[in-house]
Design a protein. Structure first.
Length: 438
């Protein structure tokens, strides 16, 4: 990785793309610190400190603290991410949209426009609901309707700017624009989160025990990072033999391989599960109703990770089981969306290939489905370990840490993906240099 970065910095065109990426990230971080006109950011920081829960912590991490400052970027890039998920899921339900997504470059452009429109609509709805909720809660001082319109306009415009910056990164920089902006937001919060965690580990402990606790935490995070790297880069080689193709030497070509990733569904199951469990808490927090009493109190406390290890209320531990069940469900639900075994089988057949020992057609499709489901099972186990182990450790030790496996998976996944794209850029230029020699 270090050699790749050195080569990238010495290549002028790649260096310019990296400079553009850094500049865009810098602009987003600066604007994230500026609150919407007429809003007192200190009020929201106090409110966040009092009403802190899993939903608000997750939302704050994804927006890089913009929500606490109530800036134009308070919604971050999350409306566009939600829109991408919604449009992708609708593609498997609506046949016309599903066909459009498969119509090459033209279909992708139209789908992208639809996604952008859905993202703006979601931004309008979310910002309007937040403005109304906070205005009723007394956190916003101003004329009711005019204040709601002002906040909705600024926050929607901020989401539009973030979408435009993500498009610039897609077209003129390296990597996926949405992922890079999301990673930058998460990274901006991590130093403070680690400092808070280490401070909690060392609090009221002797020096040797504090050092031992911090060292153990570092080793655990290192192990989690190794598992995440394996999950994002590991794959199972699906061997394919192409009997109709000839090599340059005139001999029959041997077998090729199709890499099938271990974590086919990626981090999406965790994002879906976390978001679904966070929705009731977020609505309750914005509405200013609190957790209430009776059944609503039990359900809302069950949705919060900090209550899963409450010895006085063991019923809240059911929330952990619900969380695990949601991760497993969404992993298999998202599998056919990200990996189409029938399409892979059809592509192999069209290219004149076959899987050794497997009949072409339906048998090949079933075999590929079997491989993908088995890898998904392995990926789900890894995903659960990465996300749940920090929660279990913090819950058992009574630590209030906001560092989650979801954030680590996103950051490491985006970094490895960006480095791979830099390597492809360098390889392409080296290949071009060899071909262009006199």
């Amino acid at each position: 990785m270090i050699n790749t970065i050195k080569q990238a910095l010495t290549t002028r065109e790649i260096r310019r793309k990296l400079e553009l990426m850094v500049f865009v990230i810098f602009i987003t971080r600066v604007i994230s610190m500026i609150p919407v006109p007429g809003i007192d950011a200190s009020v929201f920081k106090q409110w966040m400190a009092v009403n802190s829960n899993d939903a608000l912590n997750l939302f704050s991490a994804f927006t890089g603290g913009s929500f606490e400052n109530f800036s134009m970027f308070a919604l971050g890039i999350t409306p566009l991410i939600t829109a991408q998920i919604v449009v992708q899921l609708l593609g498997s339900v609506i046949p016309s949209l599903g066909k459009l997504q498969k119509k090459g470059e033209h279909g992708q452009k139209v789908t992208k426009k639809i996604t952008n429109i859905v993202g703006i609509v979601l931004a309008i709805v979310q910002s309007c609901c937040m403005a109304i909720g906070f205005n009723k809660g007394g956190l916003i001082n101003g004329n009711g309707v005019l204040c709601v319109i002002l906040i909705t306009t600024f926050m929607t415009a901020g989401t539009g700017i973030m979408m435009w910056l993500a498009h610039i990164l897609d077209e003129k920089a390296i990597g996926n624009g949405v992922s890079i902006l999301l990673m930058a937001n998460i990274l901006s919060r991590m130093p403070g989160q680690f400092a808070s965690l280490f401070k909690s580990l060392a609090k009221d402990k002797s020096t040797p025990i504090a050092v031992l606790s911090i060292t153990a935490a570092i080793l655990i995070f290192a192990a989690i990072i190794i598992v995440i790297i394996y999950m994002t880069e590991g794959y199972h080689p699906l061997h394919v033999q192409y009997s109709q193709k000839m090599s340059q030497s005139g001999e029959d070509a041997e077998t090729g391989l199709i890499p099938v990733k271990v974590g086919i569904s990626g981090v999406m199951p965790v994002i879906f599960a976390s978001s679904l469990m966070a929705i009731p808490q977020l609505i309750a927090a914005i509405a200013g109703k609190g957790y209430g009493s009776g059944l609503s109190k039990i359900v809302l406390n069950m949705m919060s990770q900090k209550n899963w290890f409450d010895n006085d209320n063991p019923v809240y531990g059911l929330g952990l089981l619900i969380y695990l069940a949601l991760i497993v469900f969404f992993a298999y639900f998202y599998l056919p969306i990200t990996f189409n075994a029938a399409e892979v089988s059809d592509n192999i057949r069209r290219s004149g290939g076959f899987v050794p020992g497997i009949r072409a057609g339906e048998d090949t499709e079933q075999y590929i489905q079997y491989i993908s489901r088995r890898l998904t099972s392995i990926g789900v186990v890894m995903l659960i370990c990465v996300t749940v182990i920090p929660i279990v450790i913090c819950g058992a030790l009574g630590l209030n840490s906001t560092i989650g496996g979801t954030s680590l998976i996103i950051v490491i996944g985006v970094i490895t993906e960006t480095v791979q794209q830099i390597q492809l850029e360098l390889a392409g230029r080296n290949y071009c240099g060899i071909l262009c020699r006199d």
